[in-house]
Design a protein around this ligand. Structure first.
Ligand SMILES: [Zn+2]
Length: 78
């Protein structure tokens, strides 16, 4: 045992993790191993899908858009 430390959150969420940002109940069971979780930020906690996407997708998109626009801007804007 040792994966069960740090349980300081209130236990009123019916066995599901709450999003650390918006506090909404996620679909992620607390029993689920962190290694098998989606939208989990190590050292921070569980995010709901929406917050995770808001945190991470814009960064990736920004990079992709930057790269893409450099390559396709001639075709795209002409
Ligand atoms: Zn959230």
């Amino acid at each position: 045992m040792g994966s069960d430390k740090g349980r300081t959150k209130p236990q009123h969420s019916a066995g599901k993790e709450q999003c650390i940002l918006c506090g909404r109940l996620t679909e992620m069971a607390k029993k689920r191993p962190i290694s098998k979780r989606e939208h989990y930020i190590e050292g921070a906690g569980q995010l709901c899908r929406k917050c995770y996407q808001e945190l991470y997708v814009p960064k990736h998109n920004a990079n992709v858009v930057q790269l893409a626009s450099q390559n396709i801007s001639d075709k795209w804007f002409s």
